[in-house]
Ligand binder design. Structure first.
Ligand code: ZN
Length: 355
């Protein structure tokens, strides 16, 4: 009994021991290990969840931050573009102001150089001569370039004028005739002057006598020559001229002592003078062949504004022969033709500076 009792109270009996070992824990009763593992798993899951949440939040934050950075970048780019545009505009304005300043300085220099007033402010007496000798008011478009060719014919009218007019008319081209008073008194010359005006060409002044010694003897002499021609042109054609050309060009061997005063006084009276930047080179003792003359006239191709010097005197018939080739040459190079008027930018020689 004792032995049984002993066995009944312990687990050392093999059957009881096996049963105790193999028996599953009763349902609903957690073992401590199980509880610990489960708790650990839950804690781990929670940690993972928190980590994932925080990561997602962080990622969102980065995305927001990136978006902000991109926004800031594009705003900065826009601002930079705008500033660059403003800078370019300012640069353009600055360049324009500089050009205007240079032009203004140029005008001041010209006024200083050609001022007709003496240092004490006294105005020369020739300003009182021929008060009606003033260019007529002119309103129209300015011509400063854009491939414009101005053909000019000096020393006429002559027997060649009719043929020159016929060729100009054939090509629909307007030109300028700088006539000489002493060449224009005959009835035939007067008719030609009328034809020049009627065809829409410009008639300009080239002195009465074309005698350098007379014309450039003094400012007074120059004014007398040109006033006579001015009145004569009006008497014959009914039109007052507004442009003129110096015999021999504005700077020649005869007018060095007076050309500045002449330019100042004629400018004061509203007249515009034109030298040339292409020449027929036809003022030669023996007439040159037409093709040579045409080639020389066409040397102005490439300039924005060309003033071609030709002569319209009786001895210059090869100049007339060259004319169709000259006109076609300029037309083929894309030029249009214009008569001279005060709106056309002056083409003049370069002058030595006064020391
Ligand atoms: Zn001449």
């Amino acid at each position: 009994m004792d032995h049984m009792a002993e066995h009944n109270t312990g687990l050392d009996r093999p059957a009881e021991l096996e049963k105790a070992v193999n028996a599953a824990p009763p349902r609903g009763v957690p073992r401590p290990l199980f509880v610990a593992v489960t708790a650990l798993a839950v804690a781990l899951a929670l940690a993972c969840g928190l980590l994932a949440f925080s990561f997602a939040c962080q990622r969102h934050g980065y995305a927001v931050q990136l978006g902000m950075v991109l926004d800031t970048q594009s705003a900065a780019q826009e601002r930079s573009d705008r500033l660059e545009r403003e800078l370019n505009r300012t640069k353009g304005e600055l360049a324009q102001r500089e050009t205007e300043l240079a032009q203004a300085q140029g005008t001041i220099d010209v006024l200083k150089e050609y001022s007709i007033a003496a240092p004490d402010g006294a105005v020369p007496e020739y300003t009182q001569l021929y008060p009606d000798f003033c260019a007529p008011a002119w309103e129209g478009e300015a011509v400063t370039g854009g491939k414009v060719c101005c053909l000019t014919f000096d020393d006429g009218p002559s027997a060649n004028t009719d043929r020159v007019l016929e060729i100009l008319d054939r090509y629909g081209v307007k030109a300028t005739f700088f006539v000489v008073g002493s060449s224009s008194t005959s009835a035939a010359s007067q008719e030609r002057m009328k034809k020049i005006v009627a065809a829409g060409h410009a008639i300009g002044m080239h002195s009465w006598s074309h005698d350098y010694k007379k014309v450039y003897a003094s400012v007074d002499a120059f004014l007398e020559e040109f006033n006579s021609l001015y009145q004569w042109i009006y008497q014959v054609t009914g039109v007052y001229p507004s442009v003129y050309r110096f015999p021999g060009g504005s700077l020649n061997g005869y007018d060095r002592g007076v050309y500045q005063e002449i330019i100042a006084e004629m400018t004061r009276r509203g007249f515009a003078y034109y030298d040339w930047n292409a020449s027929a080179q036809d003022a030669t003792v023996r007439p040159r062949p037409a093709w040579e003359i045409a080639a020389d006239c066409l040397r102005g191709v490439g300039r924005e504004l060309v003033v071609v010097l030709c002569h319209d005197s009786a001895a210059r018939s090869t100049t007339v022969d060259a004319l169709p080739a000259v006109i076609q040459g300029y037309q083929n190079a894309g030029y249009t033709f214009s008569a001279l008027h005060p709106g056309v930018e002056q083409v003049t020689f370069g002058y030595p500076k006064i020391k």
